[in-house]
Design a protein around this ligand. Sequence first.
Ligand SMILES: C[S@@+](CC[C@H](N)C(=O)[O-])C[C@H]1O[C@@H](n2cnc3c(N)ncnc32)[C@H](O)[C@@H]1O
Length: 233
Amino acid sequence: MGLSTTRNDPTQYDRLAGEWWKPRGAFAALHWLARARADLVPAPSGPRSTLVDLGCGGGLLTGHVEGYRHVGVDLSAPSLRQAARRGVLAVRADAAALPLRDGVADVVVAGEILEHVADLPAVVDEIARVLRPAGVLVFDTINDTLWSRVSLVVVGERMPGGPPPLIHDPALFVRPERLAELLARHGFRIRVRGLRPSLRDYVGFLLGRRDSVRMLPTRSLTSVYQGVGRKAS
Ligand SMILES: C[S@@+](CC[C@H](N)C(=O)[O-])C[C@H]1O[C@@H](n2cnc3c(N)ncnc32)[C@H](O)[C@@H]1O
């Protein structure tokens, strides 16, 4: 398989699928983010509660949430195979055209996918369609700022634990105001907060003393931010 030279080429995830579950591998920071994301996921309301994990990748969220029927949607078949091994019900599909029925999900999680999609309004429409009334959306993504470009692309792609080279196209980064506006069209009100790695943990990671880095909440939305919203009942 040839190496991609195009930013945000979806086949990169096929090539890197063997990295998903390596704590110090190409997707190390996604392990840290999955933990922070799970903090926003409500407890399941019943034994058949369904969580739809958009762009589930290798299923890293499975290590952090329990009790849901966990449906994972992704374009990458090799990544979905990794997720299926961890109990995810794998669905190969585009997040902009979900083969799922209206209102099937109690919770939709969109972790680090919104900054990868070409048609964000279509993905938001699909999130709103598959969530049941009063269902919860949990998301994290990357703000469209100069700081994101520097910290996550120019410098970040060269740092241990940083994103794999070429994985991001900064032109697709998502301003929180735009996301809020798209979701408001479907009656969602969202709350957002920034996330930053613990400096102390990251130094420990660099020194090989720890594999995991805590992502701490911050008021600054200049780079990675996470949020939660509820669909109107
Ligand atoms: C940065 S990874 C995040 C994976 C996972 N959510 C996590 O945080 O560990 C982005 C994932 O989104 C998937 N993806 C990108 N565009 C997609 C689309 N339009 N529809 C479905 N999946 C998509 C990729 O294949 C990849 O697995």
